[in-house]
Design a protein around this ligand. Sequence first.
Ligand SMILES: *[C@@H]1O[C@H](CO)[C@@H](O)[C@H](O)[C@H]1NC(C)=O
Ligand SMILES: *[C@@H]1O[C@H](CO)[C@@H](O)[C@H](O)[C@H]1NC(C)=O
Ligand SMILES: *[C@@H]1O[C@H](CO)[C@@H](O)[C@H](O)[C@H]1NC(C)=O
Ligand SMILES: *[C@@H]1O[C@H](CO)[C@@H](O)[C@H](O)[C@H]1NC(C)=O
Ligand SMILES: *[C@@H]1O[C@H](CO)[C@@H](O)[C@H](O)[C@H]1NC(C)=O
Ligand SMILES: *[C@@H]1O[C@H](CO)[C@@H](O)[C@H](O)[C@H]1NC(C)=O
Ligand SMILES: *[C@@H]1O[C@H](CO)[C@@H](O)[C@H](O)[C@H]1NC(C)=O
Ligand SMILES: *[C@@H]1O[C@H](CO)[C@@H](O)[C@H](O)[C@H]1NC(C)=O
Length: 480
Amino acid sequence: MELWTSARRSKVIDVRGVLGVLVLFYTIGVESRKSVKWDYFEYGASNCRAHSASVSDFGGVGDGTTENTKAFQAAVDHLSQFSSKGGSLLYVPPGRWLTGSFNLTSYFTLYLDKDAVLLGSQNESEYPLIEPLPSYGRGRDADGARYSSLIFGNNLTDVVITGANGTIDGQGELWWTKFRAGKLDYTRPYLIEIMFSTDIQISNLTLINSPSWNVHPVYCSNVVVQGLTILAPVKSPNTDGINPDSCTNTRIQDCYIVSGDDCVAVKSGWDEYGISFGMPTKQLVIRRLTCISPTSAVIALGSEMSGGIEDVRAEDITAIDSESGVRIKTAVGRGGYVKDVYVRGMTLKTMKWVFWMTGNYGSHPDNNYDPNAIPVIQNINYRDVVAENVTMAAKLEGIAGDPFTGICISNVTIGLAQNSKKLQWNCTDVAGITSEVNPKPCDLLPDQGQGKIEECNFPEDSLPVENMGVQTCYFFRKRW
Ligand SMILES: *[C@@H]1O[C@H](CO)[C@@H](O)[C@H](O)[C@H]1NC(C)=O
Ligand SMILES: *[C@@H]1O[C@H](CO)[C@@H](O)[C@H](O)[C@H]1NC(C)=O
Ligand SMILES: *[C@@H]1O[C@H](CO)[C@@H](O)[C@H](O)[C@H]1NC(C)=O
Ligand SMILES: *[C@@H]1O[C@H](CO)[C@@H](O)[C@H](O)[C@H]1NC(C)=O
Ligand SMILES: *[C@@H]1O[C@H](CO)[C@@H](O)[C@H](O)[C@H]1NC(C)=O
Ligand SMILES: *[C@@H]1O[C@H](CO)[C@@H](O)[C@H](O)[C@H]1NC(C)=O
Ligand SMILES: *[C@@H]1O[C@H](CO)[C@@H](O)[C@H](O)[C@H]1NC(C)=O
Ligand SMILES: *[C@@H]1O[C@H](CO)[C@@H](O)[C@H](O)[C@H]1NC(C)=O
């Protein structure tokens, strides 16, 4: 396919639904005599857009070496005029598009062609410094400012980042090396960060080699993350997959993640900063997640959970060669809570721990945390779990004087590894019940006997995020 090189020739039209198809056939009829060819493709998105452009219209060059940061930002700035006029789509054609950080706009879709690769710039100056997050008080890697993410959005409404499985390659190696050597003055950029925004869809993309976290919606509501393949070396530092952070109403589904840190890490701010910001993550659905993460969790709740985490529903989780399943991480000084967590249906193979809760995670932003800020952990349900080649079934460690309560575990079959521990359940400062769990649980989680699987319930009502649908949108390209 021909790439567009000039603005005049790059007529790109995006129209809606059936009307769009009629327009297409009409236009083909008229245009074909002038030997103009059209092609089109369809894609799924929460909203279709009335206007569109290609990054090559703004001087972008997809040769893998030209810096396109200015082209991307100019394209988004231009398209932002259509926010109140039907919205806009920025098309990234086949090619290798080197770019630093750029900001998105509202009522906007960033669409990567299946053969498009966004390449993260290796030049730190291409990532402007921004303030630390208010709920963290500092950067995660270093005090003070942080590099803005490769794709960044702040204070937006209705943003779609999607493609026919196009690729975003953070080229993280350079950042990992500097991080390991302690040579970074600021916190590494994430691949995608959207802050203080609502109605967000991130879907059908492959994300590789992020400098740090991959997808970070923070202070957002109505977020759908779907159909992502996220790949990073299993030894790369902090390459978490998807981190919903102080967000309400989020759905993560059909994602495949191989990473050097937690595949999904649910967060809500850090110690005194998170407590005073006070914004929980709640109403979160995670389903059909496949994870490989040999040194981390499939789903972590925390360790930054000071704004609270509540109403998390995880279903149909598959993991191979991961450290632990759904893990709770917290510490004295965090405050906040993790409550009403429901997990149903996990298939796990080669795990160090199936169940893991840690009350002494430590890791404080500074020494000003409040030693009386005790986290509350309650109503944590797991059921229908099959695991094999497991070293230890459970390590459940609450906080002395602050037990983790309402733990319910049922219908669990764990096959042990050759090198498995003699003590399979090590429980301290926890309370709850179990039913039909093998090997036999600890005394702090007494067995209710057969037929009590339903005690560990899973909510039957549906969260509002289930109403965030996908429309079929059509995107038309004119070719000469
Ligand atoms: C993802 O792609 C599949 C097919 O490739 C399509 O059916 C679906 O609508 C897309 N979903 C989203 C949310 O982009
Ligand atoms: C991107 O957004 C950040 C934070 O909102 C802002 O500081 C920065 O100036 C924006 N950059 C551009 C190029 O608009
Ligand atoms: C890095 O980017 C800055 C600003 O974007 C630019 O001035 C500088 O020349 C670039 N450095 C290299 C080595 O390309
Ligand atoms: C957020 O966006 C709204 C509308 O676009 C604007 O009025 C407001 O000033 C923005 N706030 C910040 C903090 O950027
Ligand atoms: C997307 O691309 C990745 C990497 O090539 C591949 O592993 C994955 O199967 C692809 N996903 C789909 C839905 O085609
Ligand atoms: C079982 O787990 C061990 C690590 O604990 C691993 O080395 C081994 O390959 C696994 N075996 C199978 C059959 O997956
Ligand atoms: C127990 O778990 C298995 C698989 O994890 C599932 O197939 C079965 O339906 C569950 N039993 C009940 C009573 O829910
Ligand atoms: C059990 O857990 C406690 C608290 O974490 C720890 O001190 C103890 O060493 C563990 N016991 C074994 C046998 O692993």
